[in-house]
Write a new protein. Structure first.
Length: 258
């Protein structure tokens, strides 16, 4: 049994530790969330240092624009204005020059005929002096194929202006809808100098992939895409309103063979 002479100092030490822990927890509870603080600072930095880019948006349907029909099946039914209208902070990053619905289908229905339609509108927008970048809203089933097709079109993949494709793994009416966040992250990437001359990219869940090295890997994950052909991971990541971290630099003019 522990002697009383040794028990008293031990109890005093335990009380001191407990008091210190309580003060630490109180301080943590009242400290500003560093992520929230950075997010606010990022927005003000963007507004103060850089004007929003002029962004053209091309819509094609897909899950990002879909809601359940009477039978519970997701069908494209939300227009581009409605999709962009719920994206908090988009106006801080981009001025929308126009929204162009060229197709309104699930991307599993895409064929080369639809690729040509999308490419025609994207190329047209990139050629305008009033447009800095193009965002394509697309279903994820064939997003990588469309991105690669666009990459190999002269006047798109080799253009200094970025073309970004994004979509969603959850429908527009889902409480887990990831479309708005993907739209915002795509705009942030397009506004970054790192996107200039990088070719056609796919951005999902903050991760940016080259059209040459990307594949859909997980149909049940908002971060559905991954690297391919021995190219591991994304080329960049969007981590805030005005911050993009680049892992690999790619030259859009050399990605498509021939």
């Amino acid at each position: 049994m522990m002697q009383r002479s040794t028990l008293l100092p031990l109890l005093i030490a335990m009380l001191l530790v407990s008091a210190t822990h309580a003060r630490t927890m109180d301080a943590m509870a009242t400290t500003e969330n560093p992520l929230q603080k950075d997010a606010g600072r990022g927005r003000s930095l963007l507004q103060g240092k850089k004007e929003p880019i002029n962004l053209a948006v091309v819509t094609t349907g897909g899950t990002i624009a879909s809601v359940p029909d009477a039978n519970g099946k997701l069908v494209p039914a939300v227009n581009g204005s409605e999709l962009l209208g719920v994206v908090v902070g988009l106006g801080d990053v981009a001025n929308i020059t126009g929204i162009y619905r060229v197709i309104n289908i699930g991307s599993s229905e895409f064929t080369p005929r639809y690729w040509k339609i999308v490419a025609g509108e994207v190329k047209k927008q990139l050629a305008l002096d009033t447009v800095d970048a193009v965002l394509v809203l697309h279903g994820t089933d064939t997003m990588q194929q469309t991105a690669w097709y666009l990459q190999c079109i002269n006047g798109i993949g080799n253009h200094m202006k970025p073309t970004v494709l994004t979509g969603a793994m959850y429908g527009a009416a889902s409480p887990f809808a990831d479309g708005p966040g993907n739209i915002l992250s795509s705009a942030v990437w397009a506004a970054s100098e790192l996107s200039q001359g990088a070719g056609v990219n796919i951005q999902m869940a903050g991760k940016v992939y080259s059209s040459r090295y990307v594949t859909k890997m997980d149909a049940n994950n908002p971060s559905a895409f991954g690297g391919s052909d021995g190219f591991i991971g994304p080329v960049a990541r969007v981590v805030g309103f005005n911050k993009v971290v680049q892992f690999s630099k790619l030259d859009g003019k050399s990605l498509c063979p021939g």
